[in-house]
Write a protein that binds this ligand. Structure first.
Ligand code: FEO
Length: 403
């Protein structure tokens, strides 16, 4: 039995089997689907888990409740990694009432054909369980339209009142929970970069709604953040809120991502020249990725992290090298603002890559162009070598100027 705090229990599960989350995002350390029980005069289950994990989920619930029924299940988010067990919960607990908002229930009918026993809430509505009250805060588009969070507060009669935020995917993180549930009971080192990767790829497009949600919660003293993935935050609440604030404002650290595609090493060599020049001009944080080797989710995480981005790729089939085309398409969907952007490309017999990257930036990315793009025919010449150095230096100077 995993207790978070007075009357609140963890009943989630770990998934160490799935290779790709949503069929897209690698899970080197697995992922957890978190759900919680508030056991007061009434019992509320907050979120469920992916359907495949229903039986261990049910065992976790019964370990806490025994034969006691569940009065409410709160649905903060309808994505099936959290709503997938709703229909089965209803079968095992036929009297349970399902709490959600109007958009939640529109989706619930479509996904699970659940129509009965629904309790619709609006922003700032609340339900009292006994000494604890659940307050519902609608946070649309973090990162689906129906998303909401639930604040669990205690009555004034409780001596040491604690406030728990059930935050849905917000403040979530890739990585299974290896025993401990609360941050202060584990080494969190491996979670920070994975939290950034989770945010960048899953929530990253919705910076403005995240900012609105943070404003709605500003001023609330929160003791625990219970998200639907990863650790329960207690010791590091300030850190994770600051991280969300920074990422959702698209604020970046000084630093440079150089990402390239290469077939026979000529474009890669240009990337090395650019990196050397940027380093010699004073940029300390430089990360380099071969776009065909590093999964794009890690590259996108680094583009969220650093201010500068230089990409380069060969021409292929008289177009842009496919992996780079896909990466730029993915980046264009994230609405990342204010990045400094340089580019280069190569060709053997038909020049296209440089023009295509320029087109991506003009039409979709809209990053700030820096330096002169470099176009390399077949292999580096002394002239294009010097142009690569100039591009690296130009980016470095701009990064230093912006601090
Ligand atoms: Fe973890 Fe948006 O689902």
């Amino acid at each position: 039995m995993k207790q978070i705090t007075d009357k609140i229990y963890y009943v989630g599960v770990n998934d160490r089997n799935k290779t790709l989350f949503e069929g897209l995002w690698p899970l080197p350390n697995g992922v957890s689907y978190n759900a919680y029980l508030v056991v007061d005069e009434k019992v509320a289950l907050v979120d469920t888990v992916e359907m495949d994990f229903f039986m261990p989920f049910l065992e976790n619930i019964r370990e806490v409740l025994g034969d006691r029924p569940i009065d409410y299940v709160v649905v903060n988010h309808m994505e099936p990694d959290h709503s997938g067990s709703l229909a089965l919960i209803r079968k095992y607990y036929p009297e349970v009432q399902i709490i959600g908002n109007k958009k939640t229930f529109d989706m619930m009918r479509g996904f699970y054909q659940l129509e009965e026993g629904l309790v619709e809430v609006k922003n700032a509505d609340s339900i009292t369980l006994g000494s604890k009250t659940l307050n519902f805060v609608l946070t649309p588009m973090v990162h689906w339209p129906e998303t909401m969070v639930t604040l669990c507060v205690e009555s004034a009669a409780v001596p040491q009142q604690q406030t728990v935020l059930f935050s849905g995917d917000a403040f979530g993180c890739f990585g299974a929970l290896n025993g401990a549930i609360i941050d202060e009971k584990m080494n969190c080192d491996e979670f920070w970069a994975e939290m950034e990767r989770y945010y960048s790829n899953i929530v990253g497009k919705y910076g403005t709604p995240v900012q609105m949600a943070l404003k709605k919660l500003a001023g609330v003293k929160i003791d625990y953040i219970c998200s639907t993935h990863g650790p329960v935050w207690h010791q590091y609440i300030d850190k994770v809120i600051a991280m969300y604030d920074r990422l959702s404002k698209y604020e970046a650290e000084p630093g440079l991502v150089i990402c390239y595609g290469t077939m026979y090493g000529n474009t890669e060599r240009a990337a090395e020249v650019i990196a050397r020049a940027a380093s010699e001009a004073g940029v300390k944080n430089i990360v380099m990725h071969n776009v065909s080797k590093t999964h794009h989710s890690y590259i996108i995480r680094d583009v969220f992290r650093y201010k500068g981005l230089i990409v380069g790729a060969p021409t292929y089939n008289t177009g842009l090298y496919h992996e780079m085309d896909v990466l730029l398409s993915e980046l264009s969907q994230k609405d990342i603002k204010g990045r400094l952007f340089g580019w280069f490309g190569s060709y053997g017999w038909a020049s296209k890559a440089v023009a295509e990257i320029a087109r991506w930036n003009e039409e979709k990315l809209k990053y700030v162009p820096v330096g002169e793009p470099v176009e390399i025919k077949q292999s580096l010449t002394p002239e294009t070598f010097a142009q690569c150095e100039a591009l690296g230096r130009a980016m470095a100077e701009q990064l230093m100027a912006e601090g």
